[in-house]
Design a binder for this molecule. Structure first.
Ligand code: HEC
Length: 151
């Protein structure tokens, strides 16, 4: 019985943590990402790509974190359409927690069903790519180890 209660309280803590992350993520998305990717996540083709059902959303969490940290430079093909624009880097503006929350929000909204991403993933990506000065190209993103496999 005690064990059951302990397990129950752990899962309640985890659930409320995930809910907090979704709420913070929605705030960040609605303050920042929304200008380009829109409240529905549908983007504004052919200028801003959708964040619904793309391999960049459902694939490697490290790659998603790296894209938000360093930005992306086109051309990049998303769902069969070429985007030749710029996504600005956020590494100087957003904490690991806020980036993880925004990623988690996108991965769990708009019909996307990918699992949450912790701030540890963002922290590790920030350290790994600390010395990188440029945004990612499509070639960089496509070459990501296991980049497109659902994660
Ligand atoms: C100023 C506009 C702008 C903002 C703000 C912005 N993005 Fe983007 N994003 C883009 C553009 C443009 C691309 C495509 C890359 C290109 O054309 O260079 C892109 C690409 C992406 C991609 C990969 C392609 C896809 O559609 O799956 C993801 C995922 C993404 N953005 C998520 C986000 C998230 C999450 C935020 C907020 C933290 C954000 N973006 C903020 C403009 C923006």
């Amino acid at each position: 019985m005690k064990l059951l209660l302990a397990l129950l309280s752990i899962s309640l803590v985890q659930t409320s943590f995930a809910q907090d992350q979704m709420e913070l993520g929605k705030t960040v998305y609605m303050q920042l990402c929304v200008a380009c990717h829109q409240p529905t996540g549908a983007g504004l083709p052919p200028v801003f790509p959708p964040v619904i059902g793309t391999e960049y959303v459902s694939g490697s969490p490290e790659r998603f974190a790296a894209m938000i940290l360093k930005g992306v430079m086109g051309p990049i093909t998303v769902k069969g359409m070429v985007y030749n624009n710029m996504m600005p880097p956020q590494e100087a503006l957003l904490t690991d927690e806020k980036i993880a929350a925004a990623i988690t929000y996108v991965r769990g909204s708009f019909g996307n069903t990918s699992p949450a991403v912790s701030s540890e993933v963002v922290k590790a990506a920030r350290a790994k790519f600390m010395d990188r000065k440029t945004s990612w190209s499509e070639a960089d993103l496509k070459a990501w180890p296991e980049g497109n496999a659902p994660k």
